[in-house]
Design a protein around this ligand. Structure first.
Ligand SMILES: Nc1nc2c(ncn2[C@@H]2O[C@H](COP(=O)(O)OP(=O)(O)O)[C@@H](O)[C@H]2O)c(=O)[nH]1
Ligand SMILES: [Mg+2]
Length: 307
């Protein structure tokens, strides 16, 4: 069990909105009759797409379901949900979802994402759990663009009991990153997490700043950053995928932190992300408290989504 692991019950509880949506749309399809037929499969296809799981996975599911139905391996509607669960789980690539750590010296996590997606909160969650587990963690306020951003991270740092490296708002974020790396090494920290700005004058400025921070970090600490986490807001649906494509053009994103999965009925988006992005969802945000973070696990997730 990893330190970010949560129980199936916790997932079920937090994913209630998405589960309710999926279960009510599915039950309207399943109530069409006891036996599967072509009309029911068409209706099911529409339903799955409306549940945000994406065209690609829906196509695959419906094709396989139709084959199973025509081949008489499956006949009644009560077999549909178990079929969907088993197949959706099997589509997930078996990949590394662990947080990458440094062999020696501090592990450096660079966190990026559009404003309001949940970056600062997600950093607080990571820092909180790591710190609770005996990893000395420092956060760095490299979002110097907005006055409130440094303040927000300072409040979190104090609340969860971790150190912070910050400058005045408006100062050079790369200079904050520089100082933060020095502090992390000098104070023998296990983990350094860098917050970044989510909006600048132009998209080009934003990406330039991000790569500048990354380059400073890479020069100060060998093999850093060990992880570049992109925070996406689950409530924004397809927009989150567009954002991810934009960031991956500028920086090598190693994992996704999908925030606000508790606040949305669109949790099916995790499945669409798997189809459309070649980046693993490593963490999910399931509330506003520091402990509301979980490692993403496809099996637990799929079980929590389908009743
Ligand atoms: N319900 C819920 N709210 C979240 C979650 N993560 C962040 N938020 C909220 O989203 C808002 C924006 O978060 P913030 O961390 O400031 O975003 P940033 O601008 O990307 O740094 C805040 O009100 C957070 O409390 C989550 O997992 N669940
Ligand atoms: Mg922020």
């Amino acid at each position: 069990m990893g330190i970010f692991t949560k129980t199936a019950g916790y997932f079920k509880d937090r994913l209630g909105k998405t589960r309710d949506k999926i279960s009510s749309s599915l039950s309207s399809v399943l109530s069409l009759g006891r036996n599967i037929d072509e009309a029911l499969l068409d209706k099911l296809e529409e339903t799955l797409i409306s549940d945000d799981i994406g065209v690609e996975t829906t196509d695959k599911l419906i094709t396989e379901l139709r084959e199973a139905y025509r081949g008489r391996q499956i006949a009644t509607t009560d077999e549909i949900v178990p079929f969907l669960k088993e197949h959706i789980k099997s589509y997930w690539p078996d990949r590394d979802r662990q947080l990458h750590s440094a062999q020696a010296g501090p592990t450096v996590i660079l966190v990026a994402g559009v404003n309001g997606t949940g970056k600062t909160t997600s950093i607080a969650k990571l820092a909180y759990i790591l710190n609770q587990n005996g990893k000395k963690t420092i956060v760095a306020a490299c979002d110097t663009y907005r006055a409130a951003a440094v303040e927000q991270l300072s409040i979190w740092a104090e609340r969860i009991g971790v150190q912070i490296v910050k400058h005045q708002s408006g100062s050079d974020p790369a200079a904050v990153a520089f100082d933060a790396c020095e502090a992390a090494v000098a104070r023998d920290a296990d983990v350094l997490i860098l917050d970044t700005a989510g909006r600048l004058h132009t998209k080009k400025d934003l990406m330039k700043q991000l790569t500048k921070i990354r380059d400073v970090v890479a020069r100060k600490i060998p093999d850093a950053p060990n992880e570049v986490l992109l925070v996406l807001d689950a409530t924004t649906g397809q927009n989150a995928i567009i954002q991810a494509k934009m960031f991956t053009e500028a920086i090598n994103v190693t994992g996704i932190f999908l925030a606000k999965l508790d606040g949305t009925a669109r949790g099916g988006i995790v499945i669409a992300i798997k189809d459309q992005l070649d980046i693993p969802v490593k963490f999910v945000g399931l509330g506003e408290k520091p402990e509301d973070i979980a490692e993403f696990d496809p099996n637990t997730f799929v079980e929590a989504l389908f009743n």
